[in-house]
Design a protein around this ligand. Structure first.
Ligand SMILES: Nc1ncnc2c1ncn2[C@@H]1O[C@H](COP(=O)(O)OP(=O)(O)O)[C@@H](O)[C@H]1O
Ligand SMILES: [Mg+2]
Length: 311
């Protein structure tokens, strides 16, 4: 019997973000996994007005946040759990808030000299200098709202003429927008587990059926294949892992994270973003990499609970 047997776990899911449906799915799978390892699990939908009272009255040992995007992955739920004095899986307030903000985290990556595609930030209400942006990031770029996951509001810009509409679309999601150089290459994602003793999971290559790893590729079965380890050289795979570990430390993540990287055609590795609450269904990217490292999904969920309870 594990030491953790019989912990009372609140699985937080649903919520109000654009990723509600994904979250409900994740929550159910995490709850099933934790129940199968002997924990007492209660599912709590954070979109219900009484969810804070449920947390206060539930006498929980730990909370497992299965929420993506705003009001879940962005530090707000973490802040609430701090106030309620309930330990929780994953990163704290600051790391969560930094990682969800693609503009802020890119500033940090640049300061720490972690390679990341060149970028320009566009602010709502400001006249954007299209020619200047193209000079900085090149003619093909990716436009993303600063704080939206699952590729919502994102566009690939093939030529400068497409840029104004792409920026306008992204600005309907967020007052800050990132325009980033498009890097053709192999997409490699790396899961990281741990608090102070970190391990990088095996590299996973994402092969999307669409032009980029969009919402459908992420969540519709068969729309994307996972190749573990990624089809890159051993040195490049190690570089992806090194960058992922460095980014986890730099942002101050805890428990788990998953870094999305692109290996360019010349073999250079670029960091795109760090996810502090990556997809956690049993077939999601991080759980797939964990399985390749010999950690089955229920053990992974249990390990995350263990890390949350570590002092
Ligand atoms: N600079 C880039 N160059 C090439 N492809 C990119 C770039 N940025 C994003 N992408 C593609 O878009 C996907 C989503 O971008 P990402 O920054 O990871 O945001 P999110 O996953 O939060 O939507 C990536 O997985 C990749 O397929
Ligand atoms: Mg991503």
């Amino acid at each position: 019997m594990s030491e953790l047997q019989g912990r009372k776990v609140a699985v937080l899911m649903g919520g109000r973000s654009a990723e509600r449906d994904v979250s409900l799915h994740t929550g159910e799978q995490v709850a099933t996994a934790l129940s199968s390892t002997g924990h007492l699990v209660e599912l709590i939908d954070t979109a219900t007005p009484t969810f804070i009272a449920s947390l206060q009255q539930g006498d929980f040992d730990v909370a497992f946040i299965c929420l993506h995007g705003r009001f879940g992955e962005d530090g707000t739920m973490q802040g609430l759990l701090e106030l309620l004095n309930i330990p929780y899986v994953g990163s704290g307030v600051l790391a969560s808030a930094l990682a969800i903000d693609k503009v802020m985290s890119k500033h940090f990556f640049s300061l720490a000299e972690i390679p990341t595609p060149e970028y320009v930030v566009v602010q709502e209400g400001e006249q954007s200098d299209i020619a200047g942006i193209v000079r900085a990031v090149g003619p093909k770029s990716v436009v993303k709202p600063a704080k939206e996951g699952s590729s919502f509001g994102m566009s690939i810009v093939h030529e400068p003429a497409e840029l104004p509409a792409a920026i306008e679309l992204a600005l309907t999601y967020d007052a800050q927008v990132l325009v980033e150089r498009f890097i053709p290459g192999v997409e490699v994602t790396v899961g990281v587990l741990g608090n102070s003793d970190l391990i990088a999971l095996p590299t996973l290559e994402i092969v999307p059926a669409h032009e980029f790893y969009d919402y459908e590729s992420k969540y519709v079965p068969g729309m994307c294949s996972h190749i573990i380890p990624a089809r890159v050289s051993k040195e490049t795979a190690e570089e992806c892992q090194r960058i992922s570990l460095e980014a986890h430390r730099l942002l101050g993540c805890r428990g788990m994270s998953r870094a999305d990287t692109i290996v360019g055609e010349d073999g250079s590795v670029y960091l795109l973003e760090v996810n502090t609450i990556p997809g956690m269904t049993s077939t999601s990217l991080l759980p797939d990499s964990a399985r390749a490292a010999g950690i089955e999904f229920p053990q992974l969920c249990e390990k995350l609970v263990e890390l949350a309870l570590e002092g």
